[in-house]
Write a protein that binds this ligand. Structure first.
Ligand SMILES: *Cc1c(COP(=O)(O)O)cnc(C)c1O
Ligand SMILES: [Zn+2]
Length: 427
């Protein structure tokens, strides 16, 4: 019988900075860095393990503070080469942390309320952060086509990143997405394929393509490059803490699609504590879903450890993943940190989009309506403590989901004269 040899060290031509290996989240089995995502021992998900042992806390802090005003200021903590900022990429991140005093007054928050507004990224959603990591991995592994399965935002982020980097892109979406998201994904000139099915069908198709010769040379940012991609969400945690003056927030409300973002925000906070960049004190992480796709929230409330898949039916399409890969890890984190997972109806999502726009001048996509709506509900239910510093994530731009707020429009229509203006009661 032929003995299969397993490489024990990473190919020296693969330079992904402090990333040391891939490690299984279930059994801890380690493998060299490569375009793989599942453990060969137990099929558990792989994630990046780092070697941060050489860092001195104060030197690292200075290096970060002197870095560029984008995610690459954290390059020493990411699976990317040290010269990443010099390569053509979209340089996302370092988005605004808005002190939301009017929203706080409306919700009764006294401990300080902030909106981390990721609509300010190059393609107007948080996805630019994760795609930027996957792009570096694709370059390191010699992939020539950048691809993904997407609920919309990721398709646009991949198309744009590939265009900037000079790579081919071919991305897959459910065929019935919002028109705005289709245009945003198509405009960058890559190939955009609509699949007759929902996101979970698209995802299953992409896994098949990876195993087939037709998919050779293809880097799927959220499948075979997923361990690298996922690390991009850590930058949200880093930025929030640095923008608060190297301080942990007490509470943070995060949207859940696959759950990846939430788990990596927790990983990022843990790293900052271990590196001594923030004081080690408790924080709570809350997950937010739409009722029409709430598998994690349902499991949380029922006290279950497993997440039963659902068929999504909600206006929050960017979060509409019925079978979330990171669901069980989200449950662990919410329970370990004293947080919770909650959901809101589509009507509450729309109300929350309007509330945030009216109070803070921020127009969120439906995912932002989900987090703001869940924050409101958690305060009303006495779960989220209004006396503590709270950060709510807005992960996308309202221009992407205009349909959700259709009907918002004119206050009045008048003839172009002052009498008509006065009649309308606007004086
Ligand atoms: C993808 C996405 C998320 C989070 O997705 P996860 O799969 O949970 O990491 C949140 N908000 C928006 C707008 C997104 O597009
Ligand atoms: Zn394993």
């Amino acid at each position: 019988m032929a003995v299969q040899t397993v490489a024990t060290t990473t190919d020296p031509s693969v330079d992904l900075g402090p990333a040391a290996a891939l490690s299984c989240r279930e059994c801890g089995h380690r493998v060299p860095l490569g375009p793989v995502f599942a453990c060969e021992e137990c099929f558990g998900p792989l994630e990046i393990a780092y070697d941060f042992s050489a860092y001195d806390t104060e030197e690292l802090r200075k290096r970060i503070e002197a870095g560029p005003a984008n995610i690459w200021r954290y390059a020493p903590l990411l699976p990317v080469p040290a010269d990443v900022a010099d390569k053509p990429n979209l340089n996302p991140g370092w988005t605004k942390l808005v002190k939301a005093d009017h929203l706080a007054a409306e919700l009764g928050v006294t401990g300080g309320l902030y909106v981390k507004d990721d609509s300010g990224n190059p393609t107007h959603s948080f996805k630019d952060r994760v795609v930027a990591q996957a792009l570096e991995a694709a370059r390191a592994f010699g992939f020539t086509t950048l691809s993904c399965s997407s609920t919309g935002n990721l398709a646009g982020a991949v198309g744009a990143a590939a265009a900037r980097a000079g790579l081919r892109s071919c991305v897959f979406i459910p065929h019935d997405l919002e028109q705005g998201k289709v245009v945003m994904a198509a405009i960058y000139g890559g190939e955009l394929v609509g699949i007759e099915g929902n996101y979970d069908d698209v995802n299953r198709f992409c896994s098949e393509l990876i195993g087939d010769p037709a998919g050779e040379g293809w880097g799927f940012v959220n499948v075979n490059l997923r361990p690298y991609y996922a690390e991009g969400s850590k930058t949200l945690a880093y930025e929030i803490c640095e923008q608060l003056g190297w301080r942990l927030p007490d509470q943070i409300v995060v949207p859940i699609a696959s759950g990846s973002q939430l788990t990596k925000i927790d990983k990022g906070l843990q790293e900052l504590i271990k590196l001594g960049l923030v004081e080690d004190r408790p924080y709570r992480i809350f997950g937010a879903q739409a009722e029409g796709c709430s598998p994690v929230s349902t499991a949380f409330k029922a006290g279950h450890d497993v997440v039963r898949p659902q068929k999504p039916n909600t206006i929050a399409k960017s979060l509409a993943i019925g079978n979330p890969a990171d669901g069980p890890y989200v449950l662990d984190i919410a329970r370990r940190t004293g947080g919770a997972v909650e959901d809101v109806t589509d009507e509450q999502v729309v109300d929350a989009i309007k509330l945030l726009a009216r109070t803070e001048g921020i127009f969120a996509e439906t995912a932002g309506g989900v987090t703001v709506g869940v924050t409101k509900k958690l305060i009303e239910n006495g779960v989220l403590d209004p006396a503590l510093t709270t950060v709510v994530l807005n992960t996308g731009d309202g221009l992407k989901t205009l349909d959700a707020v259709a009907g918002t429009g004119l206050t009045a229509t008048i003839r172009p004269n002052l009498d008509s203006f006065r009649e309308a009661g606007l004086a």
